[in-house]
Design a protein around this ligand. Structure first.
Ligand code: ZN
Length: 186
């Protein structure tokens, strides 16, 4: 009984957010019209592992910087389409869950006309990235850390910094990211 309910909910979540064209072999984002592809954790983990074999600690910078750039593009598209910060954050959470990245929760955004006043805490439960990478003994979601910075910089302007204070890859039950302006206290 529960499995049927979960399955229907998942199916609705997918069709609300994505268009499927089996003849063309396409999946498209309803919001952006962009192509979407699904790949599993075997492929993802292999790419991640090989990047670290080749670039060693430089892989952290590559993942962080590519995440940041991807986040800026995504955040700009989100701002162009939606434009209201709380709604954008909600959309980001829904898209994250529909895409299988995990369950993303935001602390409430404290806003005064687009100025973010306080630190934002983002939590990802059942984080695809961390589960694909496995246990590393340290915070390992460098791409996602960069992604959040990029999204928030595109949404609010200026610079942000982000610390991953908890990570499933070091044994925590969820990943937690603390996002703030560089000049504000901890
Ligand atoms: Zn993590």
């Amino acid at each position: 009984m529960n499995l049927v309910a979960v399955s229907r909910k998942r199916s609705e979540l997918m069709s609300e957010n994505f268009l499927f064209d089996d003849d063309k072999g396409h999946i498209r984002s309803r919001l952006f019209g962009t192509r979407v592809v699904i790949y599993d954790s075997l492929i993802y983990a292999s790419m991640y592992r090989r990047m670290f074999e080749i670039f060693k600690s430089g892989a952290i910078m590559i993942l962080y910087e590519t995440g940041k750039e991807a986040g800026r593009s995504y955040g700009k598209s989100l701002k162009d389409k939606i434009g209201e910060p709380q709604q954008m954050a909600g959309t980001l959470g829904r898209l994250g869950a529909a895409s299988g990245w995990g369950k993303i929760d935001f602390s409430p955004l404290s806003l005064v006309t687009w100025t973010l006043q306080e630190k934002v805490i983002l939590k990802i439960r059942n984080n695809f990235h961390a589960e694909a990478v496995g246990q590393t003994g340290e915070s390992s979601c460098h791409f996602i850390r960069g992604l959040f910075i990029g999204v928030f910089e595109a949404m609010f302007g200026g610079e942000f910094v982000c610390n991953e204070s908890k990570c499933q890859s070091k044994g925590d039950s969820y990943c937690e990211f603390q996002l703030k302006r560089p000049s504000t206290g901890s």
